[in-house]
Design a protein around this ligand. Structure first.
Ligand code: C2E
Ligand code: CA
Ligand code: CA
Length: 749
């Protein structure tokens, strides 16, 4: 059933979506931090690598320079120049000073010495003197360098002494015997002016150092290069660095490869896990905070929904309330209008709910209402709307019924269902319901009009005797309009009572003496347009609108005032049950008596049998109070209501007024017998008896004969204005006792 749909799905998702957003944002920030870290580490690594590569180049350069520099320890030396001029050569001296000595001193692997005419004079390999001719193995590489040295001798001399070098030289990377090597060529030249040597014609000293493991181990430790080595091709390992070894001729003879120092990567390795942990923890913290926040938000949302639910639903039954119903009604109406479909509005009013509440108590009343709600919901379809408008009022929307017959069936079922007894507080309660129905488009197109018409139909259903349903018809509208007009005009009349309201009096006579004993006050409305209106035409309207209380008070006061002119007459005033039900009624009467000075014994209150039989405790209490004041109470229209004759015994009244219909039936045997029985019962109980509506003398004769106390009717006197009563009394127009010969006494007016 639609009224059970409580939650607003949109509202809930706002709260639920909140946490993921915040967590995503936190993760995003974490990702950015990690990315910046990685980037900065890469950048650090890149800078470190550049530096490393510069170091690598420097290492190579310095390795070459170191060899050349070491070489100069022996080649720039007067003794060496002289030793190499000497013939035969002193090989032992050469070994010790410029040959094998270098093997141990500077790690030179090979040394060759050429004469000024480029003849090999000396050779050393791996610390041992070799035959000079072994020069041939390196000649291909060495000879061009020697030639170049001799050619550039002049230029180089200028440079010599300006740097760290003492002498010119030629150095290069090369491949010798299939191995990478550094080769350095230096002239053997004097270091003082004591020895003179022609430039360009010196002996030449050639040193060769192979780039072997020893070499790399040395430069590795010297420059802090990890795993440094020679490779024929650059390293494919991304974590390794390679720089080419290039000869002066531009030939790449291999690569220097090492593992560069990558501080960034190390930072990443060291800091990374900690950072990730920190980020995870802070994301978790943010998640917790965010979900708390989201929870609070969703709590708020929930309480908002709850408030909304409470604002739109009836707490007792869980059905929609009036506010909700009106919203759904508007929706359904616009749907019906768009699609040209029917929509039925059912107004349901429980018939005897008040009694259940009064006799079984409020918890029982609540339980009953809940059961009614359940039965109503069970009788309609899922998409119909059931709501509790308040108290014992319900409303149903039947959406898109195929035809009026469907609506009839549903109403009939509901009436039938609510006629079934309800089990409350261990006892069975019978209530029943009245239903008013209005259908769009026939009975109107907007909510206000349909509501009004369903209400009219409901009123009609109640007026027709309850536990039934009534479909609105245009005739009812007419009746309601008349009632509404009456009400409006009655208000005006009341605002100006003495101008429009009149009180007539119908004399009442003793059936034995024919003497006028009292009058009954009868209300008339002198309508400005419609003339004199009898009470039956407006009293019901006054009762419905509550105007009856003001009206009744006016009648009482008027009657009491007029009665001042007739000190010997009893004044009877008709009162509506609505007046009597008011607990303050006796007080009102007492106040009016005090105000007007009418003795309570002269006043008689007439109340209809129907009103008295349906007497609530309030009516009984009011009557008791009135009688305690000394005011008499008469049971009006006796015989028209529910009470059987035997009930007379139980009724606490001073007078019974036999209804006109009985009087009219006295010419029949059964009618006569009935009146005789009533007279018997009344006298047995000591209750006075008045016969109303006496229209002919036969009736009058019969009534006086059987012992009826008083008579009232057109035969004797019609209702008349107060001054006519005064006149009647003054002219002593007493009615003669009935004569049994059929001669009718003259009737007044
Ligand atoms: P009721 O109390 O039964 O009043 C008697 C009605 O019968 C009066 O009608 C009266 O004119 C009419 N009547 C009297 N004699 C005869 C007769 O011989 N033949 C016929 N056919 N009718 C006769 P009325 O004045 O139209 O009053 C109608 C009803 O209105 C009254 O019935 C009473 O119940 C009510 N009523 C009148 N005045 C008041 C009032 O001030 N307050 C209240 N609450 N109801 C009033
Ligand atoms: Ca009456
Ligand atoms: Ca009457």
């Amino acid at each position: 059933m639609s009224f059970l749909r409580i939650r607003n799905a949109g509202g809930e998702s706002t709260a639920a979506n909140f946490t993921p957003h915040i967590v995503l944002a936190a993760l995003g920030i974490a990702a950015i931090i990690v990315a910046v870290l990685i980037w900065s580490d890469r950048e650090v690594d890149r800078i470190a690598l550049e530096r490393d590569r510069a170091i690598g180049s420097l290492v190579l350069e310095q390795s070459v320079e170191r060899i050349a520099h070491a070489q100069e320890a022996a080649t720039v030396w007067d003794a060496a120049v002289l030793a190499l001029r000497q013939r035969p050569l002193d090989f032992r001296w050469i070994d010790r000073n410029i040959g094998t000595w270098f093997y141990g001193y500077a790690g030179f692997d090979e040394v060759y010495i050429l004469s000024p005419s480029d003849e090999p004079l000396y050779a050393m390999r791996e610390g041992k003197r070799a035959v000079p001719e072994s020069y041939i193995a390196v000649e291909d590489v060495a000879a061009p360098m020697v030639a170049r040295l001799r050619r550039t001798r002049e230029v180089s001399r200028l440079a010599a002494g300006e740097g760290t070098m003492l002498s010119p030289g030629q150095e290069d990377f090369t491949v010798l015997r299939g191995r990478p090597a550094i080769i350095s060529v230096k002239p053997v030249m004097p270091d003082t002016d004591a020895v003179v040597e022609e430039e360009g014609h010196e002996a030449v000293h050639i040193s060769i150092v192979y780039l072997d493991d020893d070499f790399f181990a040395r430069i590795g430790s010297q420059y802090g290069l990890a795993n440094v080595r020679y490779q024929i091709a650059p390293s494919l390992n991304p974590r390794e660095s390679s720089i080419p070894l290039r000869t002066h001729g531009g030939r790449t003879i291999g690569y220097l490869v090492w593992e560069p120092f990558a501080p960034g990567s190390q930072v990443t390795e060291i800091v990374g896990p900690t950072l990730v942990l920190v980020l995870l923890l802070s994301t978790a913290a943010i998640y917790v905070l965010a979900s708390r926040l989201a929870k609070r938000n969703s709590d708020l949302e929930e309480s908002r929904l709850l408030a909304h639910h409470q604002a739109t639903h009836d707490g007792l039954t869980g059905l929609g309330n009036r506010a909700m119903f009106e919203g759904r009604f508007d929706e359904a109406l616009s749907h019906a209008r768009r699609h040209g479909t029917m929509l039925a509005l059912l107004y349901i009013d429980l018939d005897r709910f008040k009694q259940v509440n009064d006799t079984l108590g409020h918890p029982a009343g609540d339980a009953l209402i809940r059961q009614v709600a359940r039965r109503l919901v069970a009788e309609v379809r899922r998409y119909d709307v059931v709501a509790r408008l308040g108290g014992d009022e319900f409303a149903i929307l039947i959406r898109e019924p195929e035809d009026r017959a469907v609506i009839d069936r549903i109403c009939l079922r509901i009436v039938g269902q609510l006629e079934q007894p309800f089990n409350v507080s261990g006892s069975q309660a019978y209530i029943g319901a009245s239903i008013g129905v209005a259908i769009t488009p026939d009975d109107g197109l907007d909510r206000t009009e349909l509501t009004r018409r369903a209400d009219i139909a409901l009123y009609q259903a109640k007026a027709e005797g309850r536990s039934r349903y009534v479909l609105f018809s245009s005739g009812m509208d007419e009746a309601v309009r008349t009632r509404e007009t009456t009400e409006r005009e009655l208000r005006q009349a009341l605002a100006d009572c003495d101008a429009q309201l009149r009180l007539y009096y119908q004399p009442v006579f003793s059936a034995r003496t024919g003497e006028m004993t009292g009058v009954e006050a009868l209300l008339r409305w002198q309508h400005p347009e419609n003339g004199l209106i009898t009470p039956e035409a407006f009293i019901p309207a006054a009762e419905e609108t509550g105007l009856i209380e003001m009206l009744g008070a006016w009648v009482l006061r008027r009657a009491a005032l007029d009665a001042g002119a007739w000190p010997d007459l009893r004044v009877a005033v008709n009162v509506s049950p609505i007046q009597v039900r008011n607990r303050k009624f006796a007080d009102t009467v007492r106040a009016i008596l005090a105000e007007t000075g009418l003795a309570p014994e002269r006043l008689e209150i007439e109340i209809t049998e129907t009103a008295l039989m349906a007497a609530s405790s309030e009516v009984a209490a009011s009557l008791k109070d009135l009688r305690a004041l000394g005011i008499a109470c008469a049971l009006d229209d006796f015989g028209t209501g529910y009470s059987s004759l035997s009930h007379i015994r139980d009724i606490a009244v001073d007078r019974i007024k036999i209804d006109r219909s009985f009087v009219q039936a006295v010419h029949t045997a059964s009618g006569a017998a009935l009146v005789e029985a009533i007279v018997g019962l009344a006298s047995a109980k000591g209750v006075h008896l008045t016969a109303e509506g006496v229209e002919d003398s036969a009736q009058y004769a019969f009534l006086s004969q059987v012992g009826c106390d008083e008579v009232q009717g057109y035969l004797l006197a019609r209702p008349m204005p107060a001054d006519q009563v005064t006149q009647m009394l003054a002219e002593k127009q007493y009615i003669l006792p009935p004569q049994h010969d059929g001669n009718h006494p003259a009737a007044a007016i």
